[in-house]
Structures are given as structure tokens and as C-alpha cells.
Ligand binder design. Structure first.
Ligand code: B4P
Length: 181
């Protein structure tokens, strides 16, 4: 099963992706985690990504697309994946479609977690990650509205919305139901 998770920063995509990946038996692929691993290993890609992440901006798509293409070509992703944090723009969605088409594959579902802005801001401030300060969070919300929200229309017909507020296990039950599981 090939699933994409959408939703504003802090909506719980990473949290739910871990649970869905276990239950569906496919890898969890998070662009945020891949960038953070590169930052902690101080690779050239990590140094490039950090400038953008610290400001709450998107890392340029050419860098991001190459990283995802390499990751989904790995054998563990042959039968599916839970993509968390990618695509985040229309051009990334188009790049993903091309990557999948090369192997005659397509997405099965797009889940969008719905959580109000004041709730996600509160969650992220409690998390205390490097990019979780109020100014960066506000910018990430703006970038989400401008760059990522148009994906809901792009994926019209494939998107199922999931109420993202409540106990983590309850959100997961709703996400699995949305996938028909
Ligand atoms: P990401 O790493 O994708 O992070 P996120 O959107 O902020 O968080 P997520 O929605 O996964 O929330 P989480 O489960 O952690 O992006 C970080 C940065 O990387 C971006 O700003 C950008 O710079 C860069 N980047 C990533 N992908 C990119 C791309 N494709 N293109 C360009 N740049 C890209 O949950 C948040 C908190 O809420 C946690 O503390 C969690 O414990 C808590 N929580 C979760 N579910 C909850 C619930 N039901 N109730 C209460 N708390 C809950």
C-alpha cells in the first residue's frame, strides 16, 4: 500500500506514520527525519537543508526529490510505503508521480490530518525541536497554507480527511478506517 500523509506542521503525521507503518507492514519514509539524520551526520545535504529548516522554509524541491527517489527505490519500499512530509508542493507531487510511473505504480490513498492552528502551535511548542520556536512555527504554517494546501485539490478523489485531535490511538483507528483497514 502506498500512502501519503498530509496536514499542517505538528498535525501528527510523524506520530501516525510510525503506527501505520507497523500495521501496514511497509516502511515509514519521512523527509523531515531524513533531513535531520543528514544534519546530525553533518553531510553536505544536511548543511544545505539546515538553512531552510531553521527558518521554517521548504528545502528546495530538486534536493528533496532526489533524496526521496533514492529512498523509495530501496527494496523495502517495493511493496509500499507511508510517506510523511512529502510531497509538500505541487511540483513535488508531480515528481513523485513520475517516480512511481517508471515502475507502473500509483498512490493508493492520501490521508489529511485535520487539526486547528492553535492546537498544532501548542503541540509544537511543547515538543521543543530545533525548529519549534514561535516565529519559525508561524512561518511553517504560512508555507503550509501557500505551498502544501493546494495539494488537497491536486489529490481530489484520493484524499480522505482524518480528525487529528484526540488520543493518538483513536486518531490511528480513524486513519486505519479511512484506509479501509
Ligand atoms: P517535518 O519533520 O515533516 O515536521 P512537522 O510537519 O513539523 O510535524 P508532524 O506533522 O510530523 O508532527 P508530529 O507527528 O511530529 O518537517 C520539518 C521541516 O523539514 C519542514 O519545515 C521543512 O523545512 C523540512 N521538510 C520536510 N519535508 C520537506 C519537503 N517534502 N520539502 C521541503 N522541505 C521539507 O507531531 C507534533 C507533536 O504533536 C509531537 O510532539 C507529537 O508527540 C504530538 N502529537 C501527535 N499526535 C498527537 C495527538 N493526537 N494529541 C496530542 N499530541 C499529539
Amino acid at each position: 500500500m502506498r500512502v501519503v500523509l498530509l496536514g499542517p506542521p505538528g498535525a501528527g503525521k510523524g506520530t501516525q506514520a510510525v503506527l501505520l507503518s507497523e500495521k501496514l507492514g511497509v516502511p515509514h519514509i519521512s523527509t523531515g527525519d531524513l533531513f535531520r539524520a543528514n544534519i546530525s551526520q553533518q553531510t553536505a545535504l544536511g548543511r544545505e537543508a539546515q538553512k531552510y529548516m531553521d527558518a521554517g522554509n521548504l528545502v528546495p524541491s530538486d534536493v528533496t526529490n532526489r533524496m526521496v527517489e533514492a529512498r523509495i527505490a530501496e527494496p523495502d519500499a517495493a511493496n509500499g510505503f507511508v510517506l510523511d512530509g512529502y510531497p509538500r508542493t505541487i511540483d513535488q507531487a508531480e515528481a513523485l508521480e513520475k517516480m512511481l510511473l517508471q515502475d507502473s505504480k500509483k498512490l493508493d490513498a492520501v490521508l489529511c490530518f485535520v487539526v486547528a492552528e492553535d492546537v498544532v502551535v501548542e503541540r509544537m511548542l511543547a515538543r521543543k525541536r530545533a525548529d519549534d520556536n514561535e516565529e519559525t512555527i508561524r512561518n511553517r504554517m504560512r508555507v503550509y497554507r501557500e505551498e502544501t494546501e493546494p495539494l488537497l485539490e491536486h489529490y481530489d478523489g484520493l484524499v480522505v480527511t482524518v480528525e487529528g485531535v484526540g488520543e493518538i490511538d483513536d486518531v490511528n483507528t480513524r486513519a486505519l478506517q479511512a484506509l479501509g483497514r
